[in-house]
Design a protein around this ligand. Sequence first.
Ligand code: V47
Ligand code: SF4
Length: 381
Amino acid sequence: MNHSVPTDELISSANISPQLKQIADKVFKQQRISFDEGVILFKQGSLSYLGTLANYVREKKSDDKVFFNRNFHVEPTNICVYTCSFCSYSRLIKQRDQGWELSVDQILDIIKKYDEQPVTEVHITGGVVPKQDLAFYLELFKKIKLHRPGLHIKALTPVEFHYIFKKAKLTYAEGLKMMKEAGLDSLPGGGAEIFDKDIRDQIAGGKCSTDEWLELHETWHKMGGKSNATMLYGHIETFEHRIDHLERLRALQDKTKGFNAFIPLKFRNKDNQMSHVPEVSVIEDLRNYAISRIYLDNFQHIKAYWAMIGRSTAQMALNFGADDLDGTIDDTTKIYSMAGAEEQSPKLTTQQLVDLIKQVGKKPIERDTLYNVVKDYSITE
Ligand code: V47
Ligand code: SF4
């Protein structure tokens, strides 16, 4: 892979402003860009300009590799004590008849269905209910590890942890230590939404705060754990709010180096309290991937969650900074399909995913959750 710096002509031929020219110079020198420069990218950067910069950063970090893993989702419940206005999935406790609440044994039955399959990770997350408490998850994690010790458990978010630990009168450090001893291996990136307090209060009021979200991940990282981070974008937030979100993640990553990947999540507006808010365009999705890639200089991976944005946009995202496509989800997840995601029955075989990556001229690499290479499909096939 040739990492030559895109020439001056390339940038000047786009007829760009001196500010954008200066930001491009910084990016090609691998210097960090500031908050204000991030906002300028959102306000002024054309798609082709942003793509050039993001591709440069991406190639420096991952060459032309695209990572994926073999995983499956389990959602212990879709009932929730919270009422986030963007959520199409949760049913209030009083609407219990429309929801499900699985027992430990029912979840184990789901996990056992994958016994003969070469999956490496189970991603467990869902609503928040009183019954699924500390004892419930400790028992669940222990039983999963007893049944299949090699299966990586990526589970729960600060939203669930905060609720569970508060009820059990435990600090984050005490609670996470117990979860880790029971078998928890890493944390997914959910529950971050938007960190700005005003917007967060409007769309996700009542659940864990921004400081609590960041503190929980910091505590986990300090214990040696890894996690992901997300951002729910394209609703009522401004570009400044998006950069504020990225800035807080970048600052924590400087401190702990515990984040594996950043996953932008496009707001989908079907059947929720924010259905009147229009969804942003695919162009805006690609610009957002690119700016995330440029701004988060200390994140190794940017993940395009294909189940949410669809296969074609995911393929395009690979040219706008993303280097990861998440898993071959044989999906039990409902949270996105219920919100109007592109993929109503998200299921891709490994071969289909490999083909998708090869079609855009990249090298498919199967990874485990911690990005160890399981198989390099560019040399074996
Ligand atoms: O926190 C809920 C989002 C998240 C909607 O870490 C919605 O590997 C869009 O975090 N429109 C949970 N998004 C999912 C998540 C995730 C997904 C894939 C991989 C990983 C990982 C993490 O889903 C929630 C929320 O931000 N969400 N409703 C909606 N209407
Ligand atoms: Fe509950 Fe999560 Fe939906 Fe909010 S986004 S209502 S916390 S399931």
